[in-house]
Ligand binder design. Structure first.
Ligand code: DC
Length: 240
């Protein structure tokens, strides 16, 4: 019998803490390659929103499994409004983008039952021609066979300043000093948890983005991707 070996859908994982530029870099790399994007942080935010709405706290794994079965979480790609986050048929994009929702997401994200539910959904996002997966444990846990794993870092001050600008642009009322301490607290919570803590995969390429413009980070990632998977970085639009 002839066997046909089918190559797996290629994955690029982009992990790191908040404010390192992951989301922006993921979107730019996806545009350039023509690959899909998985924003796993948005999945955790949406799940936390759904559980909270049903009054199910992070300390109730059995009820959380039922949230996993009953909640519908969708991402709609729109032409003029970017990606919209839909939970139980309601557009909750604005509600889940702020720091309060992020703190809530971080608490639910520490629960192994929640991670198991979302792991299946995250792996289901792997589709041709490829996937750029943005998160905390994409390289270490979710896609261990990724073609390229990148872990972004930046100094706490730079990360807080970036997040401040991002939230201000979205119309949130934020304070830089309290944002810096909230980010530090969330990083600590994400890093010390037992289930999939925020740590780079052993085979990840580290990029410190503190003194780099987004464009420079994107070029570095595309160059690394071209080395790892020749021909992969030219499927979509070209950088101008
Ligand atoms: O990337 P973000 O800020 O949208 O993520 C929100 C929270 O979700 C973050 O504090 C930790 C959690 N998260 C996670 O535990 N694992 C992921 N792969 C992505 C996010």
């Amino acid at each position: 019998m002839n066997r046909i070996r089918v190559a797996p859908v290629p994955v690029l994982t982009l992990d790191g803490p908040s404010g390192t530029g992951k989301g922006t870099v993921a979107a730019a790399v996806a545009e350039h390659t023509g690959w899909h994007v998985l924003d796993s942080g948005a999945m955790y935010r949406a799940f936390a929103f759904a559980a909270n709405k049903r009054d199910v706290g992070p300390d109730n794994p059995v009820a959380l499994e039922s949230v996993g079965r009953s909640a519908t979480i969708e991402f709609w790609v729109t032409a003029c409004d970017g990606i919209r986050i839909i939970v139980d048929d309601d557009d909750v994009t604005e509600q889940v983008r702020g720091e309060t929702a992020a703190r809530l997401a971080s608490r639910y994200a520490a629960v192994p039952a929640v991670r198991a539910i979302l792991l299946t959904r995250q792996r289901a996002a792997r589709r041709w021609p490829g996937l750029v997966a943005d998160g905390r444990d994409m390289g270490a846990v979710v896609f261990p066979d990724a073609a390229l794993k990148v872990f972004l870092t930046a100094s706490p001050r730079v990360r807080a300043a970036r997040r401040y600008k991002q939230l201000k642009n979205k119309g949130f009322d934020v304070n830089l000093a309290s944002l810096e301490s909230e980010i530090a607290e969330r990083d600590e919570q994400d890093s010390v948890r037992e289930a999939s803590p925020l740590v780079p995969a052993v085979d990840a390429e580290m990029i410190d983005t503190s003194d780099l413009a987004i464009r420079e980070v994107v070029i570095r990632v595309l160059n690394l991707l071209e080395e790892a998977l020749p021909g992969s970085s030219s499927g979509g639009q070209h950088l101008t």
